[in-house]
Design a protein. Structure first.
Length: 447
């Protein structure tokens, strides 16, 4: 039997939940890929577009921070409900795919229009609103698709593959589209819109949701209120602990994601172009890609909780030098050196290396957290608890950019990394209270 024949046969078995296929799981991950590539670009360029329009107003960062969280307001109000609805329905297209079929094309259209109207505040706000609603429409269902279609025994590995696809999406958005954006902003966004539609086409012809299994699971109509109430009455509060840890570490992460381009383009800090800021942040995504699969394998050996704790400690340690560089001026770091085709300062090079390791530790944290939520939720509540997961992450994404924006208006954006470190430490403390992680049968329970 040839190598390609084995891949094809394993792919077919994976579609029937009889085996695990990296290729099949990667195809499932194309939906998540579309969310990663778009948000990577959105979070880099929207603050800059909005600052051009609002920079003359008092407290512009506070206003921009509020606009940047509109997507998460849509997410926090729509995603848990949509996840619940997708748990409880079945159509001829499946139960997750209808949301994906509607959401991706609408989001692609609005995304492609964003840079076209970047000189009009009213129009760009309308387009941002439409894009946010469309993304919220399919985010929870597209993430719940993997645990639906991949056997419980392979979910840690499967989520690693999904995050790998997400990391590739972010990498393309930050590196490749960053270079294109400096030359032609509109072209970079249109290319990504086309990629989104192509991913949808592949999903349509590749994904087959299994109606028989779903009909058994949806006999019990799931109440969102009862699901949330259950988390507070259970003796084991592990689910609450992991959700609050998720809230806290996304407080730290979303501040970096939203304000890094503002930080990096400041003349008194890194003083680089928006495209270069995008590519520098892309280093973070590069190592996330490289360590997405290893993060799942490490968790399989030592446990998810321990892997997450190691990741949080690593994030704090890599960001402490960034805190020092941004708060305490070190003249020697501002010396320009020729680094391959670039002329960068030592500070930019060292920041890139630290972000490289930061992406590795972020993979340890992010790859394994949602798997704990899935395992503690049970099979009939995958969509509901995926929505609850995004409620907590979106709550952080709503609150943190606004809080950080107000803080940076008062004391300066150079305190960005100190802000994030505080929340990563708080997340570490919350993670310590996780008692069980729903480890797979051949894994040890991390305590």
């Amino acid at each position: 039997m040839s190598y390609f024949t084995r891949i094809r046969e394993n792919y077919g078995k994976a579609r029937n939940r009889e085996s695990f296929s990296y290729l099949y799981t990667a195809v499932i991950g194309l939906g998540f890929f579309t969310t990663a590539i778009t948000w990577a670009m959105f979070n880099v360029y929207m603050p800059l577009y909005l600052e051009d329009l609002l920079g003359h107003l008092p407290n512009p960062k506070l206003i921009i921070g509020f606009i940047m969280v509109l997507d998460n307001i849509a997410a926090i109000t729509l995603q848990p409900w949509i996840g619940k609805v997708s748990d409880n329905i079945w159509t001829k297209w499946g139960r997750r795919m209808p949301f994906i079929l509607v959401g991706i094309p609408i989001a692609a259209v609005f995304f492609g229009l964003l840079p076209t109207f970047r000189d009009s505040l009213v129009l760009i706000l309308v387009i941002i609103g439409g894009f946010n609603i469309a993304m919220a429409l399919y985010r929870a269902p597209v993430v719940a698709l993997m645990p639906d279609l991949v056997s419980k025994d392979y979910r840690s590995r499967g989520n690693a593959v999904i995050n790998l696809l997400g990391g590739i999406g972010a990498l393309i958005g930050l590196f490749v589209m960053g270079a294109i954006h400096d030359a032609n902003p509109i072209l970079s966004f249109v290319i990504v819109s086309i990629l989104m539609v192509l991913c949808l086409v592949v999903l349509i012809f590749s994904i087959r949701e299994q109606k028989e299994r779903k009909e058994v699971e949806i006999r019990e109509k799931i109440s969102m209120f009862k699901s949330v109430k259950q988390m507070f009455v259970d003796k084991d509060r592990s689910l609450l602990a992991v959700l609050f840890a998720i809230l806290l570490w996304f407080f730290g992460f979303n501040a970096i994601e939203t304000w890094f381009s503002t930080y990096a383009t400041r003349p008194d800090l890194l003083n680089i172009s928006p495209g270069s800021a995008s590519m520098l942040l892309g280093v973070y995504s590069l190592t996330f890609i490289l360590f997405a699969l290893p993060a799942g394998l490490i968790a399989k050996r030592i446990g998810r909780k321990r892997t997450i704790l190691i990741g949080l400690v690593g994030l704090v340690l890599t960001m402490i030098p960034l805190v020092i560089f941004s708060v305490v001026p070190i003249p020697g770091l501002r010396t320009i050196v020729d680094f391959l085709p670039f002329s960068w300062t030592w500070e930019i090079i060292i920041d890139g290396l630290l972000l490289f390791f930061g992406g590795m530790f972020w993979a340890f944290v992010n790859v394994n957290s949602i798997v704990i939520v899935w395992e503690l939720a049970g099979p009939s509540r995958l969509g509901t608890y995926t929505g609850i997961y995004y409620f907590f992450s979106a709550l952080a994404a709503i609150t943190s950019p606004v809080l950080a924006g107000a803080l940076f208006d008062a004391i300066g954006v150079n305190f960005l990394f100190l802000y994030s470190v505080v929340f990563f430490i708080a997340a570490f403390i919350s993670t310590l209270f996780i008692k069980t992680t729903g480890q797979e049968a051949n894994e040890m329970v991390a305590k």
